[in-house]
Design a protein around this ligand. Sequence first.
Ligand code: HEC
Length: 268
Amino acid sequence: MAKFPASRATALSAALLATLPLLAQAAPATPPVPPHQKWSFEGPVGQFDQKSLQRGFVVFHEICSSCHGMRSVTYHDLLGIGLSPKAVTDLAHTRQIAGPPDAAGHPTLRPGLPDDHLTSPFPSEAAAAAMMGGVAPPDQSRLAAIQPHGADWLYAFLTGYRMPPPPGAPVVPGKFYNDWADGHLVGMPPPLSDDAVEFPDGTPATAAQQARDVTTFLVWASDPHRNDRHRIGLYVFAYLSGLLLLAIAWKRKIWKRGTLRNAQDTHD
Ligand code: HEC
């Protein structure tokens, strides 16, 4: 067998080693994982905190909804976060919605009703994009479900603006530096600031608290039945555990009787 010259082998491994950094560069960079926050709704039995949901809705209603819609949610669905039927109707009424054209064919407006959806404030996606420097604000119904680390990413993103941007960061007019935005630049101006809203329950409205509560509300919007599902899951678990205990007790009883009889049999 021909001997492989040692010098060739060293040259080959040197060449391979030289390509390693290139390979590392070519591999797609995995997006950084946002820091984990503690959420009441996580885990198999987690439940949404109603107070946080209601504060989150205040943030959505007073800030986010001036640019974003939440099409999958109706005003009526807000009963699910503990708003009263009257509050829901009043809230819907504050909205002006396109109604059927009048007799002359002119467009009309009507007050919103509980069955109306939380639609975008812009008449169309194109109009939204034109008003917002080229990118339309995305619908918020499924925002929390689309992101791999939904809640943690939303919280990191909403608190991740840096003004001024760190030295050396690209500066693009109409774009804002955010640690957690794709390419660190986003077309949305920082939406949250301390005390921009007032919470009815008296919780201090820091920007971080608003981010936490609106994130909870966004996760609820993408999965409004989570509380019920988790509660039913607990009942089913308790029921099955009860059955298991009964089965164990029953088995013990039967086997005890069997052992006694066996003992008698051998005695006879
Ligand atoms: C002044 C209008 C405006 C307001 C107010 C606003 N947004 Fe936005 N938002 C935008 C625009 C425009 C985009 C698209 C930006 C882009 O993709 O560059 C956006 C994008 C986003 C994104 C997606 C970002 C991404 O990189 O995928 C999230 C999440 C978001 N907004 C959440 C919120 C929340 C939560 C609020 C309320 C606290 C809010 N926004 C308030 C205009 C707004």
